[in-house]
Design a protein around this ligand. Structure first.
Ligand SMILES: NC(=O)c1ccc[n+]([C@@H]2O[C@H](COP(=O)([O-])OP(=O)(O)OC[C@H]3O[C@@H](n4cnc5c(N)ncnc54)[C@H](OP(=O)(O)O)[C@@H]3O)[C@@H](O)[C@H]2O)c1
Length: 268
């Protein structure tokens, strides 16, 4: 089943903060959203959200018009937020949750057994370059989650809910790994004698260019790596450190395992 954004509205947002706001921004950039079809519930909306022209914190009767509800509040408060809104939703409204670590059965139960999907997105949806891992045992909920994220993200289906932990570790949390890598590269550059300004510009522009090349060329990362590594050269000398037994591979295994464990802890 394939659906598009227009066919699943009105769409209600329960929470429109960093992630909900990023999704709306991405839709606006992509030109796929009529803000009038949005219903937003958020006690402190940003100026951009308030200026959208959506129905913002409307009377509860309006919530009954929503066909798809995006649950986008912090995991710590999702139960209270859901309890307030669930009685006002139409019986056939479909729930799409992005709340990290909250199991689908808990969400469905809190929303009176309504059909539910779980998604782990990244904030790059704001610029149409997000990633969204989707798990939904129900076909309609699965199609709605696709319709929400496809205009702004690369969508990956998970066959089991337990894979959400690994997807969170490899995608949801991973932009921070890359930013940490860039910080470390910049710091290493200054320790080798570059000015902070030069090291910053060199590291950032190089990583951005390499990421764009990976995306546009369609080549495997290992092939791109080989293309820029001459035998006995400078790159090879650095890679012998990075790709040693205790190098990046082992470090990434530990980092991803730590994120997976934390995700399992949070899920309870
Ligand atoms: N940010 C990410 O990179 C990311 C990635 C993947 C998944 N997620 C998931 O996305 C969800 C939202 O995260 P976020 O980073 O967007 O958090 P956020 O910036 O705090 O956004 C949540 C929004 O919900 C509002 N809110 C609080 N109580 C509410 C209520 N009872 N009803 C309606 N809205 C309410 C908050 O307002 P106040 O600020 O006034 O409390 C805030 O504007 C989380 O469950 C998180 O796990 C986030």
């Amino acid at each position: 089943m394939t659906l598009d954004l227009q066919s699943i509205g009105p769409i209600a947002f329960l929470g429109a903060g960093r992630m909900g706001g990023a999704l709306i921004e991405g839709w606006m950039r992509a030109g796929v959203l009529d803000p009038k079809s949005l219903i937003i519930v958020d006690p402190h909306p940003s100026q951009a959200i308030a200026a959208l022209g959506a129905r913002l914190n409307p009377p509860s009767i309006i919530l009954g018009e929503a066909r798809t509800l995006l649950l986008a509040v912090k995991p710590q408060i999702w139960r209270a937020a859901a309890a307030e809104i669930a009685p006002h939703l139409a019986p056939d409204a479909v729930i799409v949750s992005i709340a990290a670590g909250v199991p689908i059965t808990d969400i469905a139960a809190a929303f009176g057994g309504r059909r539910t999907a779980r998604v782990m997105p990244t904030t790059a949806v704001a610029i149409g370059k997000g990633v969204a891992s989707i798990y939904a045992p129900d076909e309609e909920a699965h199609a709605r989650a696709h319709a929400l994220f496809k205009p702004v993200a690369s969508v990956v289906d998970l066959s089991q809910e337990s894979q959400m932990h690994a997807a969170t570790a490899v995608s949801g949390s991973a932009p921070a790994y890359l930013y940490a890598f860039i910080e470390a590269l910049e710091a290493a550059g200054t320790r080798q004698g570059l000015s902070e300004k030069a090291s910053r510009r060199l590291a950032r522009a190089t990583i951005a260019g390499a990421s764009a090349l990976l995306e546009l060329s369609g080549e495997e990362p290992a092939e791109l790596r080989r293309q820029v590594t001459s035998p006995g050269g400078t790159t090879q000398a650095a890679l012998e450190v990075l790709m040693s037994k205790d190098g990046l591979g082992a470090l990434m295994d530990r980092a991803v395992a730590a994120a997976v464990n934390r995700s399992k802890d949070l899920a309870g």
